[in-house]
Design a protein around this ligand. Structure first.
Ligand code: MN
Length: 257
């Protein structure tokens, strides 16, 4: 047998805990802001259709709108030019078995507390692997920074020269893809790349390398401080938008209590 009934029972009895890695979709939650010459990402909006009133006496419902890349969201390979020709590269084409998988967490919170531009480097990954073993093949890798605890303007952390937030170096991302063949990379910040990621070669290396290799991204994650470094299961299933490059989603982790 597969152990699925034991799995369900362990969740029901609290032997396994489900951690919600999702921020609430809220019009006030920040979205990425690009230089003004580019198109912009829309915030979440909600409009009431009826609320048990003359517009619908027994029901309440809303129309909602947002970008594919608003709030806690998933990046598909087709989001980036490097992934434009990747097979099954849009959210509706991704095989459902790839939406559930192992996850490891690299804790960069101490460095991020000291330096808004803190980088996840190959050296940091090596140190993590010395302690926890190699990053498993086909796992999600999440970069914990505790950035999710920030509110308002501190989240984007915009300065005269653009946003400042932590992220991976080009070499770190290439290591995770080429040496460890990860499934995807996730962050607590507004993107999988650092705020100053446009200054790397190539610009936005996490987007460039991950999506070019058919890997996924998750950003604006929450509660990463509740996850163990290894041994958790991640559920990240984007909406099935035809040709969609990403989508807001509920991200769940199942962890031993
Ligand atoms: Mn995105």
């Amino acid at each position: 047998m597969t152990g699925l009934s034991e799995f369900a029972e362990a969740i029901a009895k609290g032997a396994l805990r489900v951690v919600d890695l999702t921020h609430t979709l809220d019009p006030d939650f920040p979205v990425i802001i690009l230089p003004p010459e580019f198109g912009q990402c829309a915030r979440f909006r909600m409009e009431e259709i009826s609320a048990y009133d003359h517009r619908g006496p027994a029901w309440k419902w809303h129309n909602i709108s947002m970008s594919e890349h608003t709030g806690t969201h998933f990046d598909a390979p087709s989001h980036w030019i490097s992934g434009r020709d990747v097979p099954y590269g849009s959210v509706d084409e991704i095989s459902p078995d790839r939406l559930i998988g192992a996850v490891v967490v690299i804790d960069c919170s101490a460095g991020a507390a000291e330096n808004d531009d803190h980088e996840l480097t190959v050296e940091i990954i090596h140190a993590w692997e010395t302690e926890h073993g190699p990053v498993p093949r086909d796992a999600w890798v999440l970069m914990r920074t505790d950035w999710s605890k920030r509110r308002g303007a501190d989240y984007l952390n915009m300065r005269d020269d653009g946003p400042h937030s932590p992220g991976p170096t080009p070499d770190a991302i290439r290591y995770l893809i080429e040496e460890r063949d990860i499934r995807g990379f996730g962050t607590e910040t507004i993107g999988t790349d650092a705020g100053q990621g446009s200054h790397y070669t190539p610009p936005y290396p996490a987007h460039f390398y991950l999506h070019g290799a058919g890997k996924f991204g998750l950003q604006c994650l929450n509660n990463l401080d509740q996850l163990p470094p290894t041994g958790a299961l991640l559920v990240a299933a984007p909406l099935k938008i035809k040709g969609g490059t990403g989508s807001p989603l509920r991200v769940l982790a199942v962890v031993p209590s």
